[in-house]
Design a protein around this ligand. Sequence first.
Ligand SMILES: Cc1cc2nc3c(=O)[nH]c(=O)nc-3n(C[C@H](O)[C@H](O)[C@H](O)COP(=O)(O)O)c2cc1C
Ligand code: SF4
Length: 651
Amino acid sequence: MEHFPALFAPIQVGDLTLKNRIIMAPMLVGYGHLDGRVSDSIIDYYEARAQGGAGLIIVEAACIDSPAGQEGLGQLNIDNDRYVEGLARLSHSIKRHGARAFIQLFHAGRQTTSKITGQQPVAPSPVPCRITAELPRQLEIPEIQALENKFIKAAAYARTAGFEGVEIHAAHGYLINQFLSGHSNQRNDSYGGSLQNRMRILLNIISGIRHSTPDLAVSVRINIDDFVPGGLQPDESSIICRYLEQAGVNMINCTCGTYESGLTSIEPSSYPEGWKIYLAEEIKKAVSIPVAGGGMVSSPRFASELVEKGRCDLVYLGRSLLADAQWIDKARLGKITDIRPCIRCNQCIGSNFQGLPVSCTVNPHSGRESQFSHSGIKPAVKSRVAVIGSGPAGLQTALSLSRLGLEVHLYEKEVQAGGLMNLAGIPPHKQRVAELRDYMLRQLKQSRIEKNFGHEFTIADVDEIQPDDIVLATGSIPLLPDIEGLEKSRYCTLEEILNKKVQLKSQHAIVIGGGENGCETADFLLESGNQVTIIEQGSILAAGMEKKNRRDLMNRLSEGGVVKRTSCQVIRIDHKLLWISDGKGEPEKMEADAIVLAAGYKPYHPLYMQLRTFNDNLFVIGDALRVRGFKSAILEGEMTAYTIARKNLAK
Ligand SMILES: Cc1cc2nc3c(=O)[nH]c(=O)nc-3n(C[C@H](O)[C@H](O)[C@H](O)COP(=O)(O)O)c2cc1C
Ligand code: SF4
């Protein structure tokens, strides 16, 4: 039976019928070859999402003028005949599962750097982007006309490669958005000044595509609000969209934000589900062609309501489809609780910003579809595996081993499974981590895994169950900092604060340790009216945290009046008095109502020495090996499960 009939009702975009209202949003994942050709891994990645039920897949930003217009390594190119063969394989792999295939046509303009392109970035005006901080060269009119032709030519390549539509990327602060926006376009010729002039490049491209490839559907992804001073706002964007409709565009894909606007385009976890759908609603008032909206959409029910209430005609999903390629089919079949939730950690876009291929914290298969292909794995010998620890690493190993057909015995010394996910889901805006834990525990419940909770694994268990392989995923334990007087003073740990074993209200709390966990604990303490000081020995707080979520957290700490003392150490504690040193002058004395330790974690693997005789059949993974967090834990869990399954296959 099909669920969410509004979401799964077909819709017409131009001459094309889409089987449902769900679009896979364009996401530059960097899985292409370094020379811009389509790779097998990018085909596998898109094919998995097409197979997962998408009505329309908009393949990520492909560069129409390489290298000048490129944004990152591994980005696809669509500016030469030589790319057509790979693009054709890609479009075919999408269409053969009943999804419609579009590709996004892109030029970075000033939002790139010479480190990537090997040349000075180009833009409508010589105004640097605050984030890339490189002065762009102003394009001459003949160069603009040449770029218009490159967009039109790229659409023709897309058509030859079998794509049914193209999407012009006119958003997020890239080249076309730079022309549209008064913030970045300061020209006073026929491509600048009035709205008519700022729209010229986009309208010329559309008219060219309509003329040379009239059977292609055309979507435009556009910022309805740039969220920068002097940038596009809904009133002006609505007018642009009316022109786009008249020019023959078949769909408007609404988005917002630029590099400079900060958090609004790929939002951190504090933004509510669907917060920017009002932008699509504005455009729906202006045009009668289909309007797509989205942003932070996680739940099928919410997505369906957007369509039912007419707030948009189609819903795009980005990160939710990185986290679970089957999201759409699971929604259609009503298997909502089987959807693996995206926790909005933004590690995906974080890897992109570091120039690395995108990887997902909760879904190790994203971008590694063939590496983790199931086919052919049927362990010849029924082997038995003991997995010790039920944090993210242990749970992932156990679930995957069981899925691959092995006999699994899972041990957890606590009564409650989930390890550090139980704590990590408590601070403000981290509830999605608790949802991930709940998802994993539901999978565990449905599995055939032998569960031993409230049971500390010992050598006696080895004798009893005689495992072929043992996976030590015992996680980590808090580090106790070496501070004079700490032992004799009253302090609590961040675990006690988050578990509410210690409850502070309207007090002055000093948090020792300003890593990600310490800062999140400070955020938590603010909720109950505490005044918080963080002491961190490093030069910045939450140093390793993903940039957008970090900026968001730092903003909240600043708004909450948190005193941030970096490059400082606590050298002595005497009950409620702390001596703080920055290594320069005399130590400073500070008084606290409560001292909270958040000095980090160290690996915990008490059984390792006793189990070493298992040699190649012993695996130490996740934080038990080295403290790194969920992403490594889940990936290692998955890799270990496949290693064990393949080893048994080879026996
Ligand atoms: C890794 C990553 C890459 C992205 N690349 C693109 C892109 O190529 N083109 C684009 O228009 N938007 C891009 N986006 C933005 C998404 O299309 C989408 O608008 C955004 O992620 C918000 O939707 P979501 O909350 O469903 O993820 C990217 C987002 C992510 C996370
Ligand atoms: S990396 Fe994090 S934000 Fe990105 S898709 Fe995966 S879970 Fe979501």
